[in-house]
Every structure is written in structure tokens, then in C-alpha cells.
Design a protein around this ligand. Structure first.
Ligand code: BG6
Length: 809
């Protein structure tokens, strides 16, 4: 240990202030008790207060009793205090610095060496400049030269309050000190567990290779404090939680967790690697700040001394971000920190991805593995994993490898960390201090959030002291199980590759899903193989290519509705091409799915089946242990392609929840669970009934407009109707598009309107239920009768169907 025999003088500016009392003196005591003081060591207290040596001693003893807690033996304390001396003076007074210089020189001459000098600034940043200037006036900023006799500066965060002020501070520092003399403190870098992560990663070969987006699903970094702002009102109110701990501690935790293996043990290569990671934090836009950040203040905060009335300062924040660094890309990173939380907990949690194939997942609940690095309440590392429960059954249970570093009986805030800080500064270990590149990257990330918050882009929520907010942006945390399912569920089989089915298959495949596809027409299947879809050409082959439990989506014609002559049963899926085999045949036919599928497999009918058929199918399949969901989708093929369409599902709720990740992957919208079996197709049927009525009203209105004595341009009328009027809608937009595309006379359009059955089913169902539905009924009858009496109204309807559904015009 080099420092032991290196004569050193520590000068504390602001030695009688709060900061010194809270952090410095107790941690020096700790260092002393650990036998870590250099043999020749002197602590010089520099402060305004005019104290005698005896008064200074009293102050130090009182501080130790208050903060240190442990009984202090007088003999030890006297030995400890022997190293101290006190110098009263103001920072502005050059003379004081001359005296300081003489005192330091006196100690040096008694030791007969040019000693190491460490200057710790326990003062507000506004005093830095004058201190540096006056130190320089007596050349204390300069090292003696050679190996001994260095001069180092220890400074505290905040390093500025934004990028601009940080740059100014940096230029001030560098005009008086060389970079190797500056030690910027983030005491989190001295937390045992954080220092341990480096070893955990780089000294073991167990995890490092998988320390990336192939293995990690999400990262959570939390800093919950049960303490409040207390007596720091005026300081805290000017910074808020994000600047106080987010800009430094949380991001530094991330940097330590995510940095690359340094090319050597030199401080610079470690610091550069941390900075390199921080520089890849995703840049913010107003939109992402709005959607991915959250801020709140605890109730009663405004009554704290020093806090401005109606203060907008955050005492809690949460944010979601990402590292655009190759190995971390795509992993969501959630950070949150707050005062007066329900508990004191500080930790990093890595949630791991599920294995691609997880046969045991069906045996029981199976949350992803987690690695927890916990700093508080105790220093520990926990790895949660799954094991077979001992016994005859194949049951899983969650177990934990827990590594307990040490238990903190009573935490003395900062003490251990600051003792290590002084030790490292004296040893010259700069790796654990912050480099200018890191400071710049940290502010670059924080500035856009703060300035968007200043403009109130994200409103300030309130929370009850003693509670931890659960903002929606962190919600994935609560729905870990859904997320699990999503990771686990990355395979689907689709039968029916018409417009809708093909678009679904392409979308999922592009998202990295394994999609097995089959169509009645082999050519269609073949074509889609080019999009990465795994083609199958018979039902047995299709089933064989899927892993269990299989999830199969049907996008094929429903069986013909009771009396519909025109229906293709499910024309949206098959529009523009001949219909393939209908649902019943695919499920219950000679070579049907029901014969080959196994218990636990799931069939989803995503077409437009009649709800009573779905109920019948569900019951029949249920008897075989095969799950069945009836799902209506609406939005048209283009919306499917874009992943923006409505999904209404019926069937067993647990199964719906289990396969919900499929819906989430298919569409950016929120799918809806409608109720027991049949409810999905029932809602879709009514949706289409309503669609009939709405389209009819639109078509009739425009037919009147056409005949009106004003020579209207129908396209322009549609356009103006679509400018935030009451009837602004997708339908009106599509009509405008139709007029643009086909001309206002709609010459090409057929006056005879096709229909697919759901209007008729709605009418029948309404009658069965005794509910009058004259508008839907007449819209439906209009289409039936249009065969014999085509009209301009019919042309409009055909045009709309062509535009949104890709049907024949
Ligand atoms: C400081 C913040 O940097 O860190 C405090 O200014 C916060 O507000 C403290 O309480 C948390 O540090 P620790 O070591 O108690 O986790």
C-alpha cells in the first residue's frame, strides 16, 4: 500500500459545514479506524468560523457522535484528532491562503519532504473559482515534481447544472489543474456491489458472453429512498430527483453494468469505456420525453424549508431508454428514483430472455430468470432460476442463488464510500472517478428531458409520502408474465394466406417470429416463402412443422351463412381470389386439424365466422382438450400491413391472456377480450352490421349531393367533411380517396353491391333478440336488391369496399 508511507496533507475547504459533518469527518474516522491513514498525515480544516483548536475538536467529536453512532473511545479520538489542525479564513482572502501555504510548508519541513496535497471542496460550486485562484496564487495547485508531492483536487457533483455550465466548470478546472489532478466524485462508484459488478462480469466466464441483447430482455435500475428532502430544501428544489441522482448515480450504474471489457487496467481505458457506453444513450425528442418519462412530487414537499411555493421540482422520476450500442440495442432500460418511497431499495435488475424452446414452460408459471445486483437494504447478488421440484411430478419451482456480501445493520450514509474515496484519491486510482467525457455524455442525455419538463411536456404528478408511484411507462414490470409469454411465444402457424393472412404472416415474420404458413393454393404459399415464411403443403406437414403447444391462426372462409347466396364467407381474407376450404373442413375434415392436434394446442379463428358456429366449434374442440378462440379483426388489409387494426377476441380468458402477445405483435393497437366463446365473432358481426349502416348513410347522402342543383364536386365535399367535422371518419376519408381514384362519376364501379353475410347475421340476430335494427336491415336489403336495381348509391358502396377492403370494384 503506497499511501501508508506517503506523507500527505488533506485540506478541507468548508470544514465546519454540513457536508463535512455528514460525509467527510465520519468517513475519515472510518478510514482511521481501518488503519488506513498514511503514517504522516495531516488534516487541515479551512473555514470561515473563528474556532479555537479546542472548539474545533469539540465540533469534530460532536459530529462523530451524531453520525458515527458507535461509542468513541477517548484515547482513539485523541489520536485521530492529533492529525487535525484548523485554519480560519475566507475563500476570498489571499492572505488566508498564504497562511495556509505556510502551515502546509511547516508540516512539510517537520517531515523533511515535499508532501502530497489533497484538496477537498465541501463548498458550493460558486466558491470554486476564487478558491482555485487563491490556491494558484500560492502555487498549491502545482505538484512538487517527481513521484511524491502531488497536488490533487477532490470535487463533488453537481458538475454543472446542464451541458453549458458543465463546460464552463471544465474550462475553469483545466485552467488551474491538469486532468490527472482532478478527482470528480460519484460516490456510487465506491459502492461495494457496483465495484463488484466489474469483477462479477470480467473475472468469471459465466455470464460475460451472454451479456447482451441475445440474452437480456430488460434492465431496471432503481434508487428508492425512504428518506425525504428534509433539511436540504433549497439545494434540492433547484435540482430535483433527475439531476440529483439520475444524471449521476443511476446512469453511472448503467455505465458500469454495460461497459466493454477495458483493454487494460489503466484508469483512462476504464473511464473511456464508461463514457463510450453513455454516449450511446438514445437521444430524446419531445415525443419520446412525453411518452417515456414521468415525474412526480410527494405531497407536503412544498412545505419544506427552502422549497419554493408551488414548486415544480420532481422528487421522483421514471424513464425508459435504450443504448444504441450494438450489444445492447433493443433492450429497454427503465430507470427510476425517488424520495419518500415505500421502502429503501437500490438495485439493478437484469431480466433475461426465455429460452427459444421451452418445453417446461407449460408445466407451471415460468417467469424469466433475473439477476439482481442490490445495493440496499443489503449488498447482495441474487440469481433467480427455475428447477424441477423434487418428487415424482414434473413441476417447476423458482429458486435463487443468493450471494450475500454483507448485511448492513445500520446504514451510515456515505461513510464507507467516502472512506474509500479518500483512500483511492490518495492512491491515485482515477478509474473510480468521473472523467470529463462522462460528465458531457451524462448532461447530453439529461438536458433534453429537463428542458421539455420545464415546458411542462410531462405534467408533474403527486404521490403520497411513503408510497412508490407505478407509472405506466414501467408497466411492463408489472406484466412480466405477459412479457414472458411474448418472448416465449415467437412461433405461429397461419392457414389461409389471402391478403389478410399474408399480411399477418409477413408482419410477424419481419418481427422475427417463426411463421409456418399454408394456403389452399400452393403457389400462394410458395410466393410467401420468399418473405421468410416456412411453407407447408398439407395439414399434416403444417402441424409437424410447428412446436408444441401449437398456436394456429385460421384466416380462411367461414362456412356459408344460413341463406347468403353471395357470400364468400369471409371475403376480406380471400377477396379477389377464389375461396379455399372453409373453416369446418380445415378443422373437422378428413385430414383436419382436430384429428392431428394434441391437447393444449390452440386454434384461433381470425376470419368472419358466424358466432354460433364458433360456439359449436369451440365446444367440439374443447372436448378434445384443444383450445379455441374466435377473433374478429377489423381495419382492412392495409391496416393489417401497417399493424394498426382492431382485434376482438372471445373464448377462455386464460388462453386469451396467454396468447395476447400474438395480438400485441400483430397490431400496435390494444386487443380486446370480449367474453366467452362466440363473443369475439359476435362483436365483429355487429361491427360489420354497423359498418353497413354507416356506409349506406354516406352513400345515400352523396347520391343526393350528386343530384343537387349546385354542381358539387363530390371529392371536395368529402374532403371538407373530413376536416374535423362530426362525420370525419376513416369511411369518409376512404370515400374521398375513391373519388380521387375512380373519378366522381365512379364509372368503373358496379352499382351492384356484394356482401359477406355479417349484415344478414346482424339482422337475424337482432330479430332473435327482439331488438329493432331497421337501418342495418335496410342497408343489408339494399345490397341484396342492388342485384336487380343497381344505382349510384350502390356504386359508392362498391367503391368504399374496394378502397378499404381491396374488393372488386
Ligand atoms: C446523493 C443525493 O448524491 O445521493 C442524495 O444528493 C441521495 O439526495 C444520495 O440521498 C443517495 O446516496 P446513497 O449512498 O444513500 O444511496
Amino acid at each position: 500500500m503506497i499511501i501508508k508511507n506517503s506523507p500527505t496533507i488533506l485540506t478541507i475547504f468548508g470544514a465546519t459545514g454540513d457536508l463535512a459533518a455528514k460525509k467527510i469527518i465520519p468517513s475519515l474516522w472510518h478510514l482511521f479506524r481501518q488503519g488506513r491513514f498514511p503514517d504522516r498525515f495531516s488534516v487541515m480544516g479551512f473555514s470561515r468560523r473563528n474556532l479555537s483548536r479546542e472548539e474545533f475538536k469539540k465540533f469534530i467529536r460532536k459530529t462523530l457522535i451524531k453520525r458515527g453512532g458507535a461509542a468513541i473511545k477517548e484515547r482513539d479520538f485523541s489520536r485521530f484528532f492529533e492529525t487535525f489542525s484548523y485554519h480560519a479564513g475566507t475563500f476570498e482572502d489571499k492572505k488566508s491562503f498564504r497562511i495556509l501555504f505556510e502551515k502546509i510548508a511547516g508540516a512539510e519541513s517537520s517531515w523533511g519532504v515535499c508532501a502530497n496535497k489533497l484538496f477537498y471542496l465541501a463548498v458550493p460550486p460558486s466558491s470554486y473559482e476564487i478558491i482555485f485562484k487563491n490556491l494558484a496564487s500560492v502555487k498549491l495547485n502545482l505538484p512538487c515534481g517527481g513521484n511524491l508531492g502531488w497536488s490533487r483536487l477532490l470535487i463533488e457533483k453537481p458538475f454543472g447544472k446542464d451541458s453549458e455550465s458543465a463546460r464552463k466548470l471544465q474550462s475553469l478546472l483545466s485552467s488551474y489543474f491538469k486532468e490527472e489532478q482532478i478527482y470528480r466524485i460519484d460516490h456510487y462508484l465506491f459502492k461495494e456491489i457496483l465495484q463488484g459488478i466489474e469483477n462479477f462480469r470480467f473475472s468469471n466466464n459465466l455470464f460475460e458472453n451472454a451479456w447482451d441483447n441475445t440474452m437480456i430482455e430488460r434492465i431496471d435500475i432503481r434508487l428508492y429512498e425512504s428518506i425525504g428532502v428534509e433539511e436540504r430544501g433549497s439545494f434540492y428544489d433547484a435540482v430535483g430527483a433527475l439531476r440529483d441522482v439520475g444524471q449521476n448515480h443511476l446512469l453511472i450504474m448503467l455505465a458500469v453494468l454495460a461497459m466493454e471489457y477495458p483493454k487494460n487496467k489503466e484508469a483512462d481505458s476504464i473511464r473511456q469505456n464508461r463514457a463510450k457506453i453513455l454516449e450511446t444513450l438514445a437521444p430524446w425528442t419531445t415525443e419520446t420525453v412525453r411518452n417515456n418519462t414521468y415525474r412526480a412530487q410527494y405531497r407536503g414537499y412544498e412545505n419544506i424549508k427552502g422549497v419554493r411555493p408551488a414548486s415544480n421540482t420532481d422528487t421522483y422520476f421514471a424513464l425508459k431508454t435504450e443504448l444504441r450500442y450494438p450489444r445492447w440495442k433493443g433492450i429497454p432500460i427503465f430507470m427510476e428514483a425517488g424520495k419518500r418511497m415505500a421502502e429503501a431499495r437500490k438495485e439493478i435488475v437484469l431480466t433475461l430472455k426465455h429460452p427459444a424452446i421451452c418445453h417446461l414452460c407449460e408445466v407451471g408459471p415460468h417467469e424469466p430468470n433475473k439477476i439482481v445486483f442490490r445495493l440496499e437494504p443489503n449488498d447482495e447478488i441474487i440469481i433467480y432460476f427455475w428447477m424441477k421440484k423434487p418428487g415424482f411430478e414434473q413441476t417447476l419451482e423458482r429458486r435463487a442463488f443468493s450471494f450475500f456480501l454483507y448485511e448492513k445493520k445500520e446504514k451510515a450514509q456515505y461513510v464507507e464510500e467516502y472512506a474509500k474515496i479518500f483512500n483511492a484519491a490518495m492512491e491515485g486510482n482515477r478509474a473510480f472517478f468521473i472523467a470529463p467525457g462522462e460528465v458531457a455524455a451524462l448532461w447530453k442525455f439529461i438536458d433534453p428531458i429537463e428542458s421539455a419538463w420545464d415546458k411542462n411536456t410531462v405534467s408533474l404528478a403527486k404521490y403520497k409520502p411513503g408510497t412508490t408511484p407505478r407509472p405506466a411507462i414501467l408497466q411492463n414490470t408489472q406484466s412480466v408474465r405477459d412479457k414472458n409469454a411474448e418472448t416465449r411465444m415467437s412461433e405461429i402457424g397461419i392457414i389461409g394466406l389471402g391478403k389478410m393472412g399474408a399480411n399477418l404472416a409477413i408482419r410477424l415474420s419481419a418481427k422475427g417470429w417463426r411463421v409456418v404458413g399454408m394456403d389452399h393454393f400452393p403457389d400462394t404459399t410458395k410466393k410467401l416463402e420468399k418473405n421468410g415464411i416456412i411453407g407447408a403443403y398439407s395439414i399434416p406437414e403444417f402441424v409437424k412443422k410447428l412446436s408444441t403447444p401449437r398456436v394456429i391462426w385460421l384466416m380462411v372462409p367461414a362456412s356459408a351463412p344460413p341463406s347468403s347466396k353471395t357470400s364468400d364467407g369471409q371475403s376480406k381474407a380471400t377477396a379477389g381470389r377464389p375461396a379455399g376450404k372453409p373453416v369446418d373442413e380445415i378443422i373437422f375434415g378428413k385430414e383436419g386439424l382436430a384429428r392431428i392436434l394434441k391437447k393444449g394446442d390452440i386454434i384461433i379463428d381470425g376470419g368472419n365466422s358466424f358466432y354460433k358456429d364458433s360456439v359449436r366449434r369451440g365446444i367440439k374442440l374443447g372436448a378434445k382438450g384443444i383450445h379455441f378462440l374466435d377473433v374478429g379483426v377489423s381495419g382492412g388489409p392495409t391496416s393489417i400491413q401497417l399493424g394498426k387494426f382492431a382485434i376482438m377476441a372471445g373464448g377462455n380468458k386464460k388462453i386469451y391472456e396467454k396468447i395476447k402477445p400474438i395480438f400485441d405483435a400483430m397490431s400496435d393497437t390494444t386487443s380486446g377480450y370480449m367474453g366467452k366463446i362466440g363473443a369475439g365473432h359476435f362483436t365483429k358481426m355487429i361491427h360489420n352490421g354497423i359498418e353497413y349502416g354507416m356506409m349506406q348513410a354516406l352513400a345515400e347522402g352523396f347520391s343526393v349531393l350528386k343530384k343537387a342543383p349546385f354542381e358539387f364536386h363530390l371529392k371536395d365535399v368529402a374532403s371538407v367533411y373530413n376536416q374535423n367535422s362530426i362525420i370525419t371518419s376513416r369511411l369518409t376519408g376512404w370515400l374521398e380517396e375513391g373519388f380521387k381514384k375512380y373519378g366522381e362519376d365512379l364509372k368503373k364501379a358496379s352499382g351492384v353491391v356484394a356482401q359477406t353475410g355479417e349484415g344478414e347475421w346482424t339482422v337475424k340476430t337482432a330479430k332473435e333478440l327482439g331488438v329493432p335494427a331497421p337501418i342495418i336491415k335496410r342497408s343489408y336489403l339494399f345490397r341484396v336488391r342492388s342485384k336487380k336495381s343497381p344505382s349510384f348509391t350502390g356504386k359508392i358502396l362498391s367503391t368504399l369496399r374496394a378502397v378499404f377492403g381491396g374488393h372488386k370494384i
